[in-house]
Design a protein around this ligand. Structure first.
Ligand code: NAD
Length: 319
């Protein structure tokens, strides 16, 4: 197909997922043409249904572990395809390893063919159950390769190594962002991550289930901030890795109480066993993102939680 437009063109793998759909939306808003590739393994076409009327948006069903074919020029490839929540990757261990390895190989190949900038969505999980706190990019991590979470952590570590190999061997303009817990509208209520689970339970008046005693910490970043950081990285020429996350740390127990208060729910708090290899602490050191990209989160966590709760209330069919 002829390509007449002079707009910049982006390919987003996993574009029908939570983060990918927000990325597609923002890229369109910034004047990009966007090609969204997804096999709907953990994402949903509904996440991008509102973008379909846009002339500059194309949604292609495609399993990136089979092949990737995109006609015409491409300026940037954002590789976001992968199951991302513990429930998803524990149920889909082989798909997770395949999309991190073969899928990443194909996405890198596309960027190489097109002479495009490549951005890998890596994760704070590459740090495993961290022995230093907060985590800076120089830290190599503490991952159990044969533990249940190994499928995700090692897939992403492999994807990072492959990305660096394409940079050094083929001179590809490739970069890595290590994304920390991000939340917002379109998280799947049943995906097992703390925020959608707590919101769903609170809205239904069910007990809010806290793993362990709830003293483990998380640092949660609202999706608009994460997307801003990803695009700042896409527009820079830094290889990374760069941590993107909100350094504001809070305990899972406080998070549960906060969500209960914001929803006005009368749910009880219930304590359940902690999953194996669940990280105890998690907090990004974002000095590098601040220095290189001038990026830091701006949305107060409470505002983000309110927006997320509002979205869940507006989608009772999902809750
Ligand atoms: P998500 O499950 O909502 O989105 C992932 C998308 O990838 C889904 O739409 C899924 O259908 C698609 N996908 C999976 N395998 C595919 C394949 N083989 N071919 C094509 N599409 C495929 O998850 P998310 O939270 O939006 O995460 C997106 C990316 O960001 C993932 O790579 C994840 O590892 C990374 N990440 C997310 C977070 C977070 O807090 N949300 C944190 C760190 C890293």
């Amino acid at each position: 197909m002829g390509h007449l437009s002079t707009n910049r063109r982006a390919v987003v793998t996993g574009g029908a997922g939570f983060l990918g759909s927000h990325l597609c939306e923002r890229l369109l808003g910034d004047g990009y043409e966007v090609v969204c590739l997804d096999n709907f393994l953990t994402g949903r076409p509904e996440n991008v249904a509102h973008l379909l009327p846009h002339q500059a948006f194309r949604l292609l069903r495609c399993d990136v572990t089979d092949y990737i074919h995109v006609g015409g020029p491409v300026d940037v490839v954002l590789h976001f395809a992968s199951p991302a929540s513990p429930i998803d990757y524990l149920q889909l261990p082989i798909q997770t390893l395949k999309v991190g390895s073969i899928g990443t190989l194909h996405a890198l190949g596309l960027a190489r063919d097109k002479g495009a900038r490549f951005v890998l969505a890596s994760t704070s999980e590459v740090y495993g159950d961290p022995l230093i706190h907060p985590q800076e990019e120089e830290y190599w991590g503490n991952v159990n390769p044969v533990g249940p979470r190994g499928v995700y952590d090692e897939a992403k570590r492999f994807a990072e190594a492959l990305t660096m190999a394409y940079r050094s061997t083929h001179g590809l303009d490739a970069a890595i962002v290590r994304i920390f817990n991000t939340f917002g509208p379109r998280l799947r209520p049943g995906d097992g991550r703390a925020i959608p689970t707590f919101v769903r339970q609170a809205l239904k008046g069910q007990p809010i289930t806290i793993a362990g005693d709830g003293s483990q910490t998380r640092s949660i970043c609202y999706v608009d901030d994460t997307v801003e950081g990803i695009l700042a990285m896409a527009h820079s020429d830094h290889p990374g890795p760069v941590n993107l996350g909100n350094p504001h740390e809070l305990s899972v127990l406080d998070l549960a109480r906060w969500i209960r208060d914001l929803t006005g729910s009368a749910s009880e708090l219930a304590f359940v066993p902690r999953p194996q290899d669940d990280p105890r602490v998690r907090q990004p050191d974002i000095s590098r993102a601040r220095d290189l990209l001038g990026w830091e989160p701006k949305v107060p966590v409470e505002d983000g939680l309110r927006l997320t709760i509002e979205w869940f209330r507006a989608h009772p069919e999902l809750v």
